[in-house]
Design a protein around this ligand. Structure first.
Ligand SMILES: *Cc1c(COP(=O)(O)O)cnc(C)c1O
Length: 394
């Protein structure tokens, strides 16, 4: 029987009922502008302050270190550009990032290259883990910023962020991490994790699209990206999106409460990976254990990922070949290429990102359908014919 299975939670997540319920009274009643001095404004300001305090508790940081933005992309742009421009004044014009970053980071770095900064892209191993020895050799006294993602959005690999922070700080560089995929998947305690900046996005954790956050450690000063009014302690102008800020706050609290349940999600993920890698000529992409609880990314030889997606869509399964942002282009994933996956194999990859909502029946349904679609597509492929012939002769 046909089902509907949403397995693309790395692209976006549905807004949860609790988040909608937390936001509704702000739309209906507390719609004031937090900058207004009258009663309606003060009411909004109190709610804003409360949300910031509660988020600070989630991350064990100070509320003055939290800045609300419009999305993960803005937070990434601000952190990188703001730090680069600030450090330039001290003669530091070098940036180190990784080859597997989200385009919000990679394209910001590319733009800065055109503006006179030098950028080095540290490589990763076959599992997608940043090469720490190479990183050590790249970071120098000229380095303004090291920016490495906490967890990768395509293959789900979790990076050794503590070590990366140490390497950056040893040379006096700032350290920023794009934690958009890690938040809700990893317990992040900012009193222990010594990153200078960290970004996150609402819509990856069951809050709406169009709300993000940047954490900036006390004492770290970066330039503004958006100029205007005096909001966010004069660091990020624009009237605060209070309903979404409250939604983000609730989503972060729920995500933290639910961390213990990730073991269950990881068990389902492992069963999914086990089922999919039983298919001949398939391979898991990303680290076996140091990976996000909901991420399964498997490569299948002799097929096109896009064809696989279309057939799965017909079966009611929402999946992805890599990141949602690169599906418009037919370029193979820069992440898989950086991991050393050959071009032709990178084209046949499938990313399934499950959640707490995913049931055991959903997992069975995915395995069944991927297995039959891969077989169907291979039977139409001349390359596959050769493989079958070769196998028959041995
Ligand atoms: C989704 C995502 C972003 C962008 O966040 P938006 O809120 O969609 O702009 C940045 N980095 C990573 C790793 C992501 O997965």
């Amino acid at each position: 029987m046909k089902r509907f299975v949403y397995a693309d939670n790395a692209a976006t997540t549905p807004v949860s009922r609790e988040v909608i319920e937390a936001m509704t009274p702000i739309f209906e009643t507390s719609w004031g502008n937090p900058s207004s001095l009258h009663e309606k404004g003060r009411e909004a300001k109190d709610i804003l302050d409360d949300a910031r305090e509660r988020i600070a508790k989630v991350f064990n940081c100070d509320s003055s270190e939290i800045y609300f933005t419009s999305c993960g992309t803005e937070s990434d742009n601000w952190a990188i550009r703001g730090a680069a421009m600030r450090m330039k004044a001290k003669g530091k014009t070098h940036i180190v990032t990784s080859a597997i970053e989200h385009h919000a980071v990679l394209h910001t770095c590319k733009a800065l290259e055109k503006e006179g900064f030098t950028v080095d892209y540290v490589g990763v191993d076959a599992d997608g883990i940043v090469n720490l020895d190479e990183l050590r050799s790249l970071v120098t006294e000229k380095t303004a910023l090291v920016t490495v993602m906490y967890a990768n959005n395509e293959v789900g690999t979790i990076e050794p962020i503590e070590e990366i922070v140490e390497i950056a700080h040893a040379k006096g560089a700032l350290m920023f991490t794009d934690a958009v995929q890690a938040v809700g998947n990893v317990d992040i305690d900012l009193s222990k994790l010594k990153v200078d900046m960290l970004s996150l996005s609402g819509h990856k954790i069951h809050a709406p699209k169009g709300i993000g956050m940047l954490y900036i450690r006390k004492g770290v000063v970066i330039n503004n990206l958006i100029e205007g009014g005096g909001q966010e302690r004069r660091k990020r102008a624009g009237t605060e999106n209070l309903p979404y800020i409250v939604g983000l706050c609730r989503a972060l609290e729920i995500a933290k409460e639910n961390l213990p349940e990730l073991d269950e999600v990881a068990k389902k993920r492992d069963r999914l990976i086990e089922g999919l890698t039983k298919i001949p000529y398939s391979k898991l992409n990303g680290h076996r254990t140091l990976r996000l609880a909901g991420n399964a990314n498997v490569g299948f030889e002799f097929i096109e990922g896009e064809s696989l997606l279309l057939w799965l869509d017909i079966a009611g399964i929402c999946a992805s070949t890599g990141s949602a942002c690169s599906t418009a282009s037919l370029e193979p994933s820069h992440v898989l290429i950086a991991m050393g996956v050959p071009h032709e194999k990178a084209h046949g990859s499938l990313r399934l990102t499950i959640s707490r909502e995913t049931t055991d029946e959903d997992i069975d349904y995915i395995i069944e359908n991927v297995t039959s679609v891969v077989e169907k597509l291979r039977n139409m492929s001349p390359l596959w014919e050769d493989v079958v012939k070769r196998e028959q002769t041995v």
